[in-house]
Structures are given as structure tokens and as C-alpha cells.
Design a binder for this molecule. Structure first.
Ligand SMILES: Nc1nc2c(ncn2[C@@H]2O[C@H](COP(=O)(O)OP(=O)(O)OP(=O)(O)O)[C@@H](O)[C@H]2O)c(=O)[nH]1
Ligand SMILES: [Mg+2]
Length: 262
């Protein structure tokens, strides 16, 4: 009996590792780079060739946070064609976090996030919404930016969304964004140094643009969307510490879940 008691006391100890699991759902139009983000995060790779996700795909990413906290992210990569599917709400159901991803060079993919976001709100109805982030991908194509940062920031602010800019191609901000999301979900407070240290060193890649396919150089949806002025100061720093805009208040009580997939 005393052995049991001491074991219980030990498991409450601060030094004891904690294993947590979260369901993270990635939504957004086709070709915005959802699968590429998952592959970059989980396999440290990037494919130029587009392979459409039919239905959905799964990825698992394990991260170690400070304070001996181990997180397993169970990532649901939803195909962009699922927007009209009756299954979509089922996929979103029970998510701890939802990433609304758009392509910064494709204005329509940003506009269409309203529709994806609406499905999330409809799925959770009156219950508390999960952690939701607005994520602009393809920052390596910043020179072809079609979504003004004012628009990005306005959507994030108006809906109290977390806000990130990443590049699945170069890997810029990918790992530390997911590191930060994991910490936010777990209630672990990170210093800027810890976030920056979490980003692996990225090897520069020489790109032969004469061989690039249409997917590598998507066109801005209309000339009027191409920014004519410099982005706002905070928007000019997509390479800096994530998130790019002031985060909304922390999501309703950080959910701690015992992990089943370690
Ligand atoms: N330049 C650039 N291209 C990218 C980036 N991320 C993805 N791509 C390219 O964009 C295309 C679409 O990427 P996917 O990851 O398959 O897009 P998806 O959102 O999963 O698309 P669906 O499966 O149809 O929903 C591919 O050709 C990728 O190589 C990026 O950060 N930069
Ligand atoms: Mg995909």
C-alpha cells in the first residue's frame, strides 16, 4: 500500500515526463501546401510535384517541449476537395487545433478560408472552439504575394486567430510554428530563445527556375491584389519569431490528454 502511495506521489512530481497527444486538423484549398507542410514537418522533405490528397491523410509528429513535456501531434491532412463533403465535419470533430492554410500568392485561397472557417464553427456549434490559426504558406514566393498582410492581420484579429507565415519549400518557420502550437496547447510557456532554438538549421537550396513547373510559380489571382505599398511593419517580418501578429488570448483551458500513440 505504501509502495502504491509513493508511486503516485512520484508520478505527480515536476520531474516526471508528461506525455500528451493532440488532434490537429489542417484545412484549406487544394494546392495551398497542406501536405507539403506535413511532409516538411514530419519527414524534413519537400516535393515540387503536386499529388492531390484524396479524402484525408494522417501524419504523426513527436516533439519534446521544455519541462520534460512530450507531445504527439496527430495531424489530419484534409484534401482541399473535401470542402463540399459531408465527411468534413466528421474529420474536424474533436480537433484540439485547426490550421486554416492559404497560399500567399493565391488570393482566392485566402478568401475561401471563410468557408473553411464556417465549417469549423458549424462543427463546434455552441461548444468552445479549438485553437485556430491562420497560416500563410509559400513565403519563399514573397515577391509574388497576392494577399496583403493587412488582410491577413485583419482576419486574424477579427476572429482572434493565431497567425503564422511559413514556407514548406524552404522549411522556414515550419518546425518552430508547430513547436509553438504544441506548447500553447500544453500550457507550456516558451521564451523567444526556446522558440528560435527549436527551428532546425535549414540548408540553402539552389533552384533552377528554368525547370520550374506551374505549381512552383502560381500566379496572383488579380493585379489589384499585388501589394502596391510596403507591407505594414509587422507584416514585413515573416522570417521573424512566430507568430506574426499578437496572439489572441490563450484558448480555453489548455487540454491535457494522456497519449496513446507514443
Ligand atoms: N514555392 C512553394 N511551393 C510550395 C510550397 N508548399 C507547397 N508547394 C507546392 O504547391 C503544390 C501543392 O502542394 P500540396 O502540399 O500538395 O498542396 P495541398 O494543400 O496538400 O493540396 P490538396 O492535397 O489538393 O488539398 C505542390 O506542387 C508543392 O510543391 C511552398 O512553401 N513554396
Ligand atoms: Mg494534400
Amino acid at each position: 500500500m505504501s509502495g502504491l502511495k509513493s508511486n503516485l506521489q512520484e508520478s505527480d512530481s515536476e520531474d516526471e515526463p508528461e506525455f500528451l497527444q493532440y488532434k490537429l486538423v489542417i484545412l484549406g484549398d487544394g494546392t495551398v501546401g497542406k501536405t507539403s507542410l506535413c511532409v516538411r514537418l514530419c519527414e524534413s522533405e519537400f516535393q515540387m510535384k503536386y499529388k492531390q490528397t484524396i479524402g484525408l491523410d494522417f501524419f504523426v509528429k513527436r516533439l519534446e517541449l521544455p519541462n520534460n513535456t512530450h507531445v504527439a501531434l496527430q495531424i489530419w491532412d484534409i484534401g482541399g476537395q473535401s470542402i463540399g463533403s459531408k465527411m468534413l465535419s466528421t474529420y474536424i470533430y474533436g480537433a484540439d487545433a485547426v490550421l486554416l492554410v492559404y497560399d500567399i500568392t493565391n488570393y482566392q485561397s485566402f478568401v475561401n478560408l471563410e468557408e473553411w472557417y464556417q465549417v469549423v464553427k458549424d462543427t463546434f456549434k455552441s461548444s468552445t472552439l479549438p485553437y485556430i490559426a491562420l497560416m500563410g504558406n509559400k513565403t519563399d514566393l514573397f515577391h509574388m504575394q497576392a494577399v496583403k498582410m493587412e488582410k491577413h492581420n485583419a482576419m486574424a484579429d477579427q476572429n482572434s486567430l493565431y497567425s503564422y507565415l511559413v514556407s514548406a519549400k524552404t522549411g522556414d518557420q515550419v518546425f518552430n510554428t508547430f513547436f509553438r502550437i504544441s506548447a500553447d496547447l500544453s500550457g507550456v510557456v516558451l521564451t523567444t530563445e526556446q522558440v528560435e532554438a527549436s527551428q532546425p538549421i535549414l540548408r540553402p537550396e539552389v533552384v533552377n527556375y528554368s525547370n520550374t513547373s506551374s505549381h512552383e510559380t502560381p500566379q496572383a489571382s488579380s493585379a489589384s491584389n499585388i501589394p502596391t505599398t510596403q507591407p505594414q511593419p509587422r507584416a514585413e517580418k515573416p522570417q521573424s519569431a512566430v507568430p506574426v501578429s499578437k496572439p489572441p488570448p490563450p484558448p480555453a483551458p489548455a487540454k491535457k490528454k494522456k497519449c496513446l500513440i507514443f
